[in-house]
Write a protein of this length. Sequence first.
Length: 256
Amino acid sequence: MYRYDQIDRTLVAERVAEYRDQTARFLSGQLSEDEFKPLRLRNGLYVQRHAPMLRIAIPYGVLSAKQLRTLAHIARRYDRGYAHFTTRQNIQFNWIQLEDSPDILEELTAVEMHAIQTSGNAVRNITSDEFAGVAADELIDPRAFCEILRQWSAFHPEFTWLPRKFKMAINGAREDRAAVAFHDIGLHLMRAPNGALGFRVLVGGGMGRTPIIGAVIRERCRIGRFAVVGAGAVVIKDVPDGAIVAGNPARVIGEA
């Protein structure tokens, strides 16, 4: 599970402070609804018929016990005591008050969570198999690949104002529990006859009002030499066997 460093903590805290100011200006009449809409959507807030809805990111579906307790606290204090886990590994609070949303986001920063890019026309949460890391039919844990994509796409200037939302998923098991065919980009780890791993690449899938199955554009995409480092982390670069990476010896397990 990825842990924030000081840069992450500072960035997310500054984003909350910025959103708090934007919300205050909207509530005081300094910002119109049209001006505020793209700002709130950048922070996961929808205004629906009965109440605002706040969507929180759970990258590739991984939650710590402390994070889960914080979400339960938010549900009790700011919502109606419950929340909605989504099919794409987020969580939604459907009955919050708009003026409380900055406080909720601030509480989330204490447990390394946020709502950035959970709505709006941006790259959304990177999802994976709900049994990733423990599935009996797993070729390799896909969550490290998900984390690499998450870091690459978060705040990427070219993908901040897309024509529509953009969804990606990675599956590392023989059975496709991540439903990669129903994403804009789906990556399915496959093993070649020589034992090397690569990605089967699908594009153009969707789960909206007009669901469509993605088309395969590469049966096997080379991912290079990679190694397991520490507790299952994957490094996608040329790593000599036995090299020390982040204080841990690297064990090369594949080359495609």
